[in-house]
Design a protein around this ligand. Structure first.
Ligand code: IPE
Ligand code: IPE
Ligand code: MG
Length: 250
């Protein structure tokens, strides 16, 4: 399946942005269930193949020289899924961590998390924290996994934090501006979001990086996440390079 819409493929290279590598790419990895259904397999088979797509994407991102890759792996709304599916996803996370951590380390990948990963329980949360600590000094690529993440929740958390500082007399309300608000978000340590990709054909953000995507380039792909690979990632980077970013200027 083609990774890009006809529009993106046919776009003429423009001066601005042409050939530029995005610093920060985020992906809504959607379509695992439909991929499995199409093949007559259980949903978990789609999630398993989705984990393979993550490995390929990571390799491609390192190769492309992307600085930061944020992957939407589990939303705050995904808790509505069946106990069985949530448990399968937790099992896969555990398995992926155990199998991939050495490789991430070798490749110089720093792993961290946004969202509420402690909701996955002490055992898994402990493993996630240990992986994050172990890779903290790596600087080839920063892999950020959004786990039990919801953008509205993140924004409300930032507002609460600033309100508490005001209430404690540590902050003047007039000092709250875009920069200080951004600093109060969980993503404060990440570069500006340049490119946001969603697979599966759905054209929505599903509560992902709403604040951060204000001026990101959006790319919606007609392919299920388990089919995403190195070539699809490189096509996406090339499509980004053909976009003209204006930020409200001309
Ligand atoms: C994305 O695939 C993975 C998660 C949300 C955890 P889905 O499981 O949403 O697959 P579809 O959208 O039902 O095909
Ligand atoms: C978004 O996909 C969340 C992740 C990919 C982790 P969903 O499948 O949960 O989103 P909706 O329900 O189609 O909006
Ligand atoms: Mg989905």
């Amino acid at each position: 399946m083609s990774a890009l819409s006809a529009d993106d493929k046919g776009a003429e290279a423009v001066e601005t942005g042409a050939g530029v590598t995005p610093r920060h790419v985020a992906i809504i990895m959607d379509g695992n269930g439909r991929w499995a259904k199409k093949k007559g397999l259980p949903r978990v088979a789609g999630h398993r193949q989705g984990a393979e797509a993550v490995r390929k994407t990571l390799r491609a991102a390192v190769e492309a020289g992307v600085e930061c890759l944020t992957l939407y792996a589990f939303s705050s709304e995904n808790w509505r899924r069946s106990e069985e599916e949530v448990s399968d996803l937790k099992g896969l996370m555990r398995y992926y961590l155990e199998r991939e951590l050495d490789e991430l380390e070798r490749e110089g990948v720093r792993l961290s998390f946004i969202g509420n990963p402690s909701r996955f329980g002490e055992e898994l949360w402990g493993k996630l924290q240990a992986a994050s600590e172990r890779t903290a000094k790596n600087d080839k690529l920063h892999l950020v996994v959004a786990l039990s993440y919801g953008s509205r929740d993140e924004i409300v958390g930032a507002a609460r934090k600033l309100a508490q500082e005001v209430a404690a007399g540590k902050r003047d309300p007039n000092s709250i501006d875009e920069a200080s608000f951004d600093l109060a978000l969980q993503s404060h340590h990440l570069p500006e979001l340049d490119l946001l990709i969603r697979t599966s054909g759905e054209v929505r953000l599903s509560n992902f990086l709403l604040w951060q995507a204000a001026y990101a380039e959006l790319l919606f792909l007609d392919m299920y996440w388990p089919d995403f690979d190195e070539a699809a990632f490189h096509d996406a980077i090339a499509a980004y390079g053909r976009r003209q970013r204006r930020f409200g200027g001309r």
